[in-house]
Design a protein around this ligand. Structure first.
Ligand SMILES: C[S@@+](CC[C@H](N)C(=O)[O-])C[C@H]1O[C@@H](n2cnc3c(N)ncnc32)[C@H](O)[C@@H]1O
Length: 215
């Protein structure tokens, strides 16, 4: 079992790692990473060990997939998986979702995924939830017109909180299911991540489109 320090070291030396000067400037992501301007850019926020980002990269080979997390030791697992599969369209960015609006140009991202974000159940921790308004406005800012936010969670409280925040900020709820029945909906909704497997609870899934005025 590797220690956190060794995982961080492995992350830092991986060709799949984006940190510091390796992180493209706003408006430069596709160009810097060798993708045509019309190809989709898919972002997973809080990607943890990166299995879902790797899954997206395999499912959408033309897309540029970015997994973002503030824990480099977790991202090391995603880098390793991408290397094992010899993928050329996924990268793991060590950063904070609070910086998204300065990291991307408006409309640069086609879709955002949140998989099992920490629910932060106490009211005083609400600002850390990845669907708090201080994150939602940034998602709306960087998503292209028709771009979508996808959330999967096992937390009823976070699911309801998110619906409330999205509605208050003028997002269109395209799909919301508090207990997704097996084999309905897109395969992305079922892909097991580390946290999904750990909880085994019903999947609560929603899709929303950003308000036009934010774009
Ligand atoms: C419960 S884990 C889920 C990981 C993965 N999505 C999964 O399903 O296995 C939540 C992840 O979100 C990351 N995270 C929380 N807040 C973040 C933020 N502001 N910016 C970037 N990552 C964040 C944490 O470091 C953690 O890896």
């Amino acid at each position: 079992m590797l220690g956190k320090q060794e995982k961080r070291r492995r992350y830092a030396t991986s060709p799949y790692a984006l940190y510091g000067e390796k992180v493209p400037s706003a408006g430069e992501w596709r160009h810097r990473l060798g993708f045509p301007p019309q190809n989709p850019l898919l972002l997973e926020v809080g990607c943890g060990k990166g299995e879902f980002a790797v899954f997206l990269a395999e499912r959408y080979p033309a897309a540029l997939v970015i997994g973002l997390d503030r824990r480099a030791d977790r991202l090391a697992a995603g880098c390793r998986l991408a290397q094992q599969k010899n993928l050329a369209n996924v990268y793991f960015w060590h950063g904070d979702a609070l910086t998204l609006a300065s990291a991307f140009n408006p409309g640069e991202v086609e879709a955002i995924w949140l998989n099992y974000p920490d629910p932060y159940p106490k009211a005083r921790q609400a600002k850390h939830r990845l669907t708090h308004p201080r994150f939602l406005w940034q998602y709306a800012y960087i998503l292209q017109p028709e771009g979508k936010l996808h959330l999967r969670t096992d937390s009823e409280a976070l699911f309801l909180f998110t619906l409330e925040q999205l509605e208050a900020q003028g997002w269109s709820i395209l799909y919301a299911n508090p207990a997704l029945p097996p084999d309905s909906g897109p395969p992305e909704a079922y892909f097991p991540t580390t946290f999904a497997l750990r909880t085994g609870a019903p999947i609560r899934y929603l899709e929303a489109a950003a308000p036009l005025r934010a774009r």
